[in-house]
Design a binder for this molecule. Sequence first.
Ligand code: DLL
Length: 437
Amino acid sequence: MTYQYWNEQLETISRKELEAWQLAKLKETVGRSLRTPFYQKRLTESGIKSPDDIKSLEDLKRIPFTTKNDLRDGFPYGFLSIPRDEVVRLHASSGTTGTPTTIYFSRDDLKQWASFMARCIYGTGCTRADVFQNMISYGLFTGGLGFHAGAEEVGMLVIPSGSGNTARQFRLMQDFGTTAVHATPSFLLHVESKMKEEGVKRESLLLKRAFAGAEPYSEDTRKRIEGLLNIEVFNSYGLSEMNGPGVAFECQCKNGLHIWEDGYIAEIIDPETLENVTGDGRGELVITILCREATPILRYRTRDLTGFIPDNCPCGRTHRRLYRITGRSDDMLIINGVNVFPSQIEEVIMAINEVGNNYVIEIEKEGVLDRLTVKTEIKPENFMDDTRPLNALKEKIRRQIQASITINPRVELNEAGSLPVSEGKAVRVKDLRPKDL
Ligand code: DLL
């Protein structure tokens, strides 16, 4: 196979040169961090007062971890390291409570992100001859605009279709001869089942490749999508705090995700002891971003569980590969690609006066999509035979949950005392989706 590189020099850089690059960028990043209110305090407390205190990559370990809660506490501008009028965009994702975590970008940051995305897309074999349909949400979520910019950088014809509306997606694919798509793996499965339902013939489409990510999926699911749609599926990993997509991506070998080490320093830690895991041990991924000036983030605990694949990739890239993400070390749920913390749902329902003390959150597979059901108890004085007020209450709970997490849940009201009470720690989340990771 012949492999194509977007930036051959950087993608095949020697380990030694890469480490020298990382050290220089880390020093720069620490310098910038010291200009943010958050790190000014955090770093000086750890004895790091200037970039010169970082003498080797080993010194990274002197820097404390940053968590999602830190980002939340720093809302809105605690992590900003450039003047406000040099910021040209922000993206945000859900936090464990109502406060979102917000990331700011300078004009250069957007350029760098687009070039990492172009590297990912081009590395799968796409070229400017491709027609790319971006079937994922645009907006505060990074998946839409992130891929959009990268595909334009490659020079592909980009169709910013956004997610949903399969009938329109098929029309666009047929009208413009789409060859590559981006979606969550669950949406790709949904597209396939709708294809059958709507009588769309595979022969009428020119599809060759799909980029799938933003949520965990197994190798079996990849093979299933590839077989059903007769395309190649490439795993794409990223998170809003680290720009979004474009952090790690599969190349044409499809054997793990190259994490772009000229833009990110990756570590694996034991989530219990917080010690670094060496070799090919599994643990939680911790990332320091080197390719963004507006919002530097050092040693960010992603909560994603993975590890480094030990051998070299036949494609010739020297950037290490990550195993497929197998889970998380916190309770964040990913429902149809949307990140949800159980605490966000709790916050909404507990603020509703009629709701009792016990509740259960259930997630199941309905066809190929995820289905969220929130079961609540209601206070005895609000329970009655007349169904009209109860239906109104149900609708109020549904609307408020949707407003908070963007997902439309099914709501079930139960009489006080009827939901199971656990003797120890309450088990409030039942994830009934098949686990085949
Ligand atoms: O999901 C960014 C993204 C967009 C990645 C499009 C890929 C494609 P967040 O909404 O902040 O950002 O969610 C990040 O999603 O910490 C993982 O838990 C999970 N995740 C993302 N990609 C994968 C993947 C975007 N390929 C969180 N496999 C991360 C497993 C993934 N989990």
